[in-house]
Design a protein around this ligand. Sequence first.
Ligand code: NAD
Ligand code: IPM
Ligand code: MN
Length: 368
Amino acid sequence: MTNPSLLILPGDGIGPEVMAEVRKIIDWYGAKRGMVFDVSEDLVGGCAYDAHGTPLTDETMAKAQEVDAVLLGAVGGPKYDKLDFSVKPERGLLRLRKEMDLYANLRPAQCFDALADFSSLKADVVGGLDIMIIRELTSGVYFGEPRGIIKEGNERVGINTQRYTESEIARVARSAFELARKRNNKVCSMEKANVMESGVLWRDVVQEIHDAEYPDVELSHMYADAGAMQLTRWPKQFDVIVTDNLFGDLLSDLAAMLTGSLGMLPSASLGAPMANGRPKALYEPVHGSAPDIAGQGKANPIACILSFAMALRYSFDQGAEADRLEQAVEAVLADGLRTADLIGEEGREPVSTAEMGDAIVAKLDASL
Ligand code: NAD
Ligand code: IPM
Ligand code: MN
């Protein structure tokens, strides 16, 4: 049997720093659990633009289509902000999502007990929080046509188009209902059906799929603005939230702060099953390249490490090993280890990115 294959794309800014810690975890699984991955590494984002004049080469795209899972760090940075839209680092990531057809983006927001006091919300509001945001990832206003900046008379007009087909809504709704059945059986769908036709269609299709295929799952609908308010008021009312590409982008950053830091939130982007029955998949932290702290050893590697835990669960059928890794993260936090983003006014000494990675590996060792 061949080893499972992983393509690692560290990217820009803190991407390579947090990915170096994930490499330690991958090596640990090879050495201590006999789970050897066939790992290859390549460029995406600004570093790919520097090397090849494009944020993602066709060769890298082809490799991503072949492997069992892709792990990505982060892309982007101020150096590339002025580039033409077509070669911006972010286009590399969007191309991966689109061409791999990764329509269901799972963004879990879980508040570890040790961090409940650290959230900007009260500990009783976030303590024990465990929700899953499912963001549609391959359509909507991110990809709709027409788009661009055009001239109209004497002024410029910026255009983007929100567009959803029935089948695009139906497939991500099914992902949400399937996942809810494995959790607390509750889905809340968020859109703006009060002002957007695409929102009306979204609501109708989600309801139809529910009634026809998942009547056992509790379904509610909420306008996305009210959803943002409810997420900060009492987030524990939710189990699975399903929403479109743009609302999902905003709501998941908001949910990140419920857990204490953007540096904590992992994600899995899943597509249709491949020949082996597993979904096409890309795993990445929700955060970006954090140019303000890049190169200083300050980044929190946990979001990226937990993204690898999601890979163990969703791509490699290793739920128990994913649990082991999540428990190792929890144990390190319970010991009081904190990267700088998890330190408030209390004046604790932060640990570095590498120290956090090493501590998690030590907890993995202790779990054997
Ligand atoms: P960001 O997520 O990079 O940073 C926002 C804030 O959170 C910063 O203060 C940063 O220091 C902090 N932060 C983020 N991740 C952290 C971590 N792991 N540990 C500690 N602190 C962390 O968002 P931004 O500043 O809006 O964007 C910077 C660049 O990243 C832009 O080019 C943007 O397009 C890109 N970006 C990429 C991705 C991705 O690759 N998936 C996601 C979001 C933003
Ligand atoms: C994210 C990011 C991306 C998005 C950017 C970098 C393209 O913000 O993954 O949340 O907007 O989807
Ligand atoms: Mn985002």
